[in-house]
Structure formats: structure tokens, C-alpha cells
Design a protein around this ligand. Structure first.
Ligand code: FCB
Length: 464
């Protein structure tokens, strides 16, 4: 199958959606036979997570998924991206299958299909089974095969109802922070481990693509990459070098081998000791789309405290910031979209974009999150600009449906369109929820790529 015919299979309808992930929302961490993941372990190490929060209960989505699908129905989204918790279906990561875990995703998928919401299934959003972590996790080359076997199990079970599969969510983020920079499971800081993990995750991607394709012949496959411009924070030439290094590891280490069949020049020598002769061919398998997660650019400083010598500095004073301090820069989103389109030539789905804000329930019981609306309005406008100049963008998913467990920040950051009152698990749609529902109503379809250049009336295209 050549890449051209794969691209042609992608639909031209624009899809609006929301994204979540298993560990961040499901809870039920010890229920129905789920095995522990490396995040269960990491959260139990004192001081790792704000307030020592864990994903044990999270949004209790495992029990409340029907209510959550009801919320999706009210939004009017066409697609929902979720991840399967590998240790829920294979408690030890391989071997014995947990039927109760598989049955949960059957119920979820059936309810989505019944609600006319397309399930987009991501195989890996960071919750590696601890039993595999004990064997070295991603630093062990065998992990690629364990992952491919897990992918085949998922394909066989759900491939009749699920056609959209992503292999990995943000491989650069979980490898860089988990094996070098700190802040994520498994909490290692070692350059060799990082390089091994990077290469084995790439191998796992390629192997899973082959297995998914073999089982679900009409599948539409991709991987989800977090791509952000990496800019030096200051004038120091060391900062410039650090920003170039981060760019190679963050933006190139996965899409380049997966889509171009080569590592970025800055990584070639470092990865070489871990490469076997056919590896790059096995990694670079044809896929159907590029999944992009984008939030804001990085401002990079040199920092000797970690093996890569990289640190995150402040954005220049004139760059607006969200309430959690991330730069707000829609132009960087537009530029990222257009450059990814040029570099990889695949249709792009934006599979995460959004912002945290300090949301509170007001006296009237409402959550008015105007900063989130402002952010989303500016970023969706930037996306439409990218479409105007020819980027083939087929969908936009907001992170996230619900406030949830935000990794090292625990429950202290709220990213949801829906406020979650954790003590009661009550869901309260925020003002941004109504804004997004209206956007979807007003813009059901984006111009298909074929219609590029034929300008639709501005009013029918601009959000908000
Ligand atoms: C992304 C992650 C997602 C969430 C958002 C805010 O990097 O994929 O799980 O944490 O950031």
C-alpha cells in the first residue's frame, strides 16, 4: 500500500472532538483485575506529584462513562479520543488477558457508537504496566514486541467497531521527562536509557502499525506527536545550542524516523549504538495521518543539571501567558501546522489543544472560564489561517473533556470544558463547553482539501 492511497482514504469531513487518557480520568485503579502501571508506582513516591495526588479515583470515568458520553453528545462532537489502559487489559503487560478490562472498553465503544461519536483509540498514553517496567520498560528492546502483541489484541477485540488507532501519545514527552529531564514516570535521568527508550518506542510504533494493519484492513492509523517551536530564552549562544538540541529530541526524534526513515542529524550518532540494520525500515511504516498536540512554544536555556544540558526558561516579558504560565502564541500554532504539512505531507489532525485556567464555581453555580474561551478562539482562528494557506488539517480535538489528573500537577490544574467537583464527582459544563458546542454548530464542515482556494464566506469559517 503506498502512502498516496492511504492518504486518499482519509475523509474530507472536518472532525471536531475532545481527547482524554485512561490514567487521567478512569480511576478504578485496583478494580476488576487491573494491574498496576508505572504511574501508580510513581505517584506513590513522596514528593513526585503535587499534593501527593494519584489517579486512583481521578474522574471515576470507569463508572461514569455513560454520563460523560452524554456530555459529549451535548457538545455535538463527531469523535472522541481516549486511550486504553494497557494494564487494565493485560495486568502484567503480556500473557494473561483480563476479560473484565476488555469488557469495559467494549461498553465504552458501544455507547460511543450508539451516540454517533466515532471512537479514536490511542494504545499508549503513558500507563505502562509495572510488570514490564520491572523488566526495564522501554529501555528493554523486547518492549517493542510486547507492545505489538498488545496492539494485536486490541485490534482483534475492537477492530469491528474502531477504525481510528493511534500508536503512541507524545513519545517525546514521556521519554524526555521519564528518562532524562525528570517529572514523569519512571523517574530516571540517564542519557543511555533515554536513547534506548526513544529507539524502542519507535520500533514499537512500527511493529504495532503492521499488526494493526494486518488485523483491521480498513484501519486509519497514526501517531500523536507533541510539536512546539523551541526558541532560545536569551542571547547566550549556549541557550541557542540547547534550543536546537531540544528541537531535535522533542520535535524530530519520533516523526522523522517514523515518517522519513531517519533520525534528526543531532541524534544520529547518539542512537547508532542501539540500532540494528533493518530497524529504520521497520520503524518507517506507511500511516494515514499525523496527530498533533500543540500548546505553546518552549523558551530554552542551557542547564547542566540533566544529561542533555537542557532547561526551560521564561518566555520574553512581552509574550502573553495563560494562568498556568504557558505562553499564549497562536501564531506559533499556525506556523507549526504549516511546517508539519510541508515536512511530512500527511493530513493533520490536531488531537490536543487547550489551556488550564483557575476555574471556580461562582455563586450562581456557573464556571465562567473566559480565558479558556479566548485561548480557544485565538487558536482555532490560527488553525483556520493555516488551512487558508494550504495546510491539510482534518480535525481539531480539545484537551480535555473533563478536568482531570494532570500528571505531576495532580488535580491542581484544570484543563476541562467540564468542571469536575472531585469530592462529589459532579460534572459542571463551563462557559467554554457552550462556546465549543456553538462553534461546532456553526462550522460543521471545513473545506475539504480539494476545495482549497475556493474561499467560503468568512462568516461561515471563523470561530467565535
Ligand atoms: C499533554 C498530554 C496530556 C495532558 C496535556 C495537558 O502533553 O498528552 O495528557 O497532560 O498535555
Amino acid at each position: 500500500m503506498d502512502a498516496g492511497s492511504l492518504h486518499a482514504r482519509a475523509p474530507s469531513r472536518f472532525v471536531w472532538g475532545v481527547s482524554t487518557s485512561s490514567y487521567q480520568i478512569e480511576g478504578a485503579a485496583a478494580e476488576d483485575g487491573r494491574g498496576p502501571s508505572i504511574w501508580d508506582t510513581y505517584c506513590r513516591q513522596p514528593g513526585r506529584i503535587a499534593n501527593n495526588d494519584t489517579g486512583d479515583v481521578a474522574c471515576d470515568h470507569y463508572h461514569r462513562y455513560l454520563e460523560d458520553i452524554g456530555l459529549m453528545g451535548r457538545l455535538g462532537i463527531g469523535a472522541y479520543r481516549f486511550s486504553v489502559a494497557w494494564p487494565r487489559v493485560l495486568p502484567k503487560g503480556r500473557g494473561e488477558i483480563n476479560e473484565a478490562g476488555l469488557a469495559f472498553y467494549d461498553r465504552l465503544i458501544d455507547a460511543l457508537v450508539a451516540a454517533d461519536i466515532e471512537p479514536w483509540l490511542c494504545l499508549y498514553h503513558w500507563d505502562l504496566p509495572q510488570a514490564l517496567g520491572d523488566l526495564g520498560g522501554w529501555t528493554n528492546r523486547d518492549c517493542a514486541h510486547w507492545f505489538a502483541d498488545y496492539a494485536a489484541l486490541i485490534a482483534r477485540r475492537y477492530g469491528d467497531r474502531v477504525k481510528r488507532f493511534a500508536t503512541f501519545n507524545e513519545p517525546s514527552v514521556f521519554t524526555l521527562f521519564g528518562f532524562c529531564l525528570g517529572g514523569q514516570a519512571p523517574g530516571i535521568s540517564d542519557l543511555t536509557m533515554l536513547l534506548r527508550a526513544i529507539h524502542h518506542v519507535n520500533l514499537a510504533h512500527g511493529a504495532a502499525v503492521d499488526r494493526l494493519r494486518a488485523v483491521v484492513t480498513d484501519a486509519s492509523l497514526g501517531a500523536i506527536h507533541n510539536c512546539q517551536p523551541c526558541r532560545p530564552a536569551g542571547d547566550d549562544p549556549e541557550d541557542l545550542l540547547a534550543s536546537q538540541k531540544l528541537d531535535a529530541y522533542w520535535n524530530g526524534a519520533f516523526p522523522d524516523p517514523q515518517l522519513l526513515g531517519r533520525y534528526p542529524p543531532l541524534l544520529v550518532e547518539a542512537v547508532a549504538p542501539h540500532l540494528r540494520p533493518d530497524d529504520l525500515d521497520q520503524i518507517c511504516r506507511p500511516i494515514d495521518w499525523f496527530g498533533l498536540n500543540h500548546y505553546s512554544p518552549h523558551y530554552v536555556v542551557a542547564n547542566a543539571a540533566n544529561p542533555l544540558g537542557i532547561g526551560f526558561g521564561p518566555a520574553p516579558a512581552n509574550v502573553p501567558r495563560s494562568s498556568m504560565g504557558w505562553p499564549v502564541d497562536p501564531q506559533a500554532f499556525r506556523d507549526t501546522l504549516t511546517s508539519l504539512h510541508r515536512r511530512y505531507g500527511l493530513p493533520i489532525y490536531v488531537l490536543e489543544n487547550g489551556t488550564a485556567s483557575h476555574d471556580e464555581i461562582d455563586a450562581g453555580g456557573e464556571v465562567s472560564d473566559q480565558p479558556r474561551i479566548d485561548y480557544l478562539r485565538a487558536y482555532t482562528a490560527a488553525m483556520f489561517d493555516a488551512i487558508d494557506v494550504g495546510a491539510d488539517i482534518r480535525g481539531y480535538f480539545i484537551w480535555s473533556l473533563l478536568d482531570n489528573f494532570e500528571w505531576g500537577s495532580g488535580y491542581s490544574l484544570r484543563f476541562g470544558l467540564v468542571y469536575v467537583d472531585y469530592p462529589t464527582q459532579r460534572r459542571i459544563p463551563k462557559a467554554s463547553f457552550r462556546w465549543f458546542a456553538q462553534l461546532i454548530k456553526d462550522h460543521p464542515i471545513c473545506p475539504a482539501p480539494a476545495a482549497r482556494g475556493r474561499r467560503a464566506p468568512a462568516v461561515a469559517r471563523r470561530p467565535g
